[in-house]
Design a protein around this ligand. Structure first.
Ligand code: MN
Length: 416
């Protein structure tokens, strides 16, 4: 295949909105690529003697512009078996306005709570917040570290437990824990589940008497509203991992009564298509919808893509969106961009959907999160997030004096 043809194919492949031949011809960039032989005409005086020459040139233009793209190009695509798959993939991007990567941030480990470590991405000075998202931590905690008694007001926290894979010697792996969800997912991906155990558990208790443990794959969606005082501590042995996302509440919702939505791993909607598995924590993917109610409109997906698979996931236009890579590496936004690896947070530009390719030899797992921006001032003081400094002052007073939602704060402490 000639260089010109390859360039043309790339150009057309990256312009899926050009669906008609007229539109292709209308592209002002095309003639420069298609007519390398046509010399510049501007110094040649127009006279009656070169009219036939102009006519021939016009015919040539017509030939190159119209016939090559419409007649010669499709057979060329079929002939090339080596790259036809990737061309088809690029052309298959179903979005009019695909979302691009506008920011990439590596979440480095930092201390948090009591002896715990978090990889923070949103909430750091490089990415103060991403309306309506205030913070994203990938936490990694072993006993006795944790997050002892502390308050929240004005937003929601979403805790999603991740599996931790522990390598055992072959002899001690008699009770391999692969059968239950989401363990079977991992079992499918690894050639053998032998030698691996998955764990992850966090116990939560609050000043209103709620207490519970969430395990690998479970979600706790907590609306702190006017006030919660709680503790979040590791329940199992070894390292407990998970993601905690803070979602802001609009001014009208900041002082609502606290609320919990807890989803066990087995109850989380899931879907699978063409080598891509998704756990739908909030929102809709592959035609499947999560039962979680999001007061601030939010989508939260946990995608696992097999090597060689691709994904085109719609994301509502106007919503802020980001990806957090949990495992593996993937290509996001444009097929030709460089792969991004685990523990990176990727902020997406606006558009109607995101495309992802796993070109690596290992599974790619990431969270895709998007939310409708609130467009309100954000004033944060530690665990209190309000709209003004005066409201923060009020929150601190309420917590200190035990009022306006913090009535039970002074008499309560978590039990061991
Ligand atoms: Mn908390």
């Amino acid at each position: 295949m000639t260089t010109t043809m390859m360039r043309l194919r790339q150009h057309l492949a990256s312009s899926p909105i050009y669906t008609s031949a007229i539109a292709r011809i209308g592209n002002s960039r095309a003639p420069h690529r298609l007519l390398p032989v046509a010399p510049p005409q501007k110094h040649r005086p127009t006279s009656t003697t070169n009219k036939p020459l102009l006519l021939i040139l016009l015919l040539l233009c017509f030939f190159f512009l119209f016939l090559i793209p419409t007649v010669l190009l499709p057979p060329a695509r079929v002939m090339s078996s080596s790259s036809s798959a990737s061309d088809a993939a690029a052309a298959a991007v179903p979005f009019e306005k695909p979302r691009a990567v506008v920011k990439k941030l590596l979440a480095e480990s930092q201390p948090e709570g009591q002896g715990a470590t978090v990889r923070r991405s949103i909430g750091r000075h490089e990415l103060r917040n991403l309306d309506p998202f205030l913070m994203l931590d990938e936490f990694s905690v072993s006993k006795p570290a944790g997050f002892p008694d502390h308050p929240h007001r004005g937003f929601e926290t979403v805790t999603y437990m991740l599996e931790v894979r522990v390598l055992y010697s072959s002899k001690s792996c008699v009770t391999c824990l692969c059968p239950s969800a989401p363990r079977e997912l991992f079992a499918q991906m690894s050639p053998s589940c032998a030698g691996l155990e998955l764990q992850g558990a966090f116990t939560h208790q609050d000043f209103a008497g709620h207490k519970g443990t969430i395990r690998a794959g479970d979600v706790q969606w907590m609306t702190a509203g006017r006030g919660i005082v709680h503790s979040e501590m590791p329940a199992g042995d070894g390292v407990q991992k998970g993601l905690q996302l803070w979602i802001n509440l609009s001014s009208k919702d900041k002082m609502i009564e606290p609320r919990y939505q807890e989803l066990q791993s087995k109850d989380i909607s899931r879907a699978e298509k063409d080598g891509v598995e998704v756990r739908i924590i909030a929102g809709e993917a592959f035609g499947v919808r999560s039962p979680v109610y999001t007061r601030t409109p939010t989508m939260y997906m946990d995608f696992t893509m097999r090597p060689g698979s691709q994904l085109h996931q719609p994301v509502p236009e106007g919503w802020n969106a980001f990806v957090y890579i949990i495992d593996g590496e993937g290509v996001f936004g444009r097929e030709k961009s460089a792969p991004v690896s685990a523990h990176h947070c990727i902020v997406l530009g606006d558009g109607d959907g995101i495309s992802v390719w796993n070109k690596s030899g290992a599974p790619l797992r990431f969270a895709l999160v998007a939310g409708q921006p609130l467009g309100e001032p954000v004033v944060q003081h530690g665990p209190f997030v309000m709209n003004s400094r005066a409201e923060i002052q009020q929150a601190m007073e309420d917590y200190y004096y035990g009022k306006n939602g913090f009535e039970r704060a002074s008499q309560w402490s978590s039990s061991a």
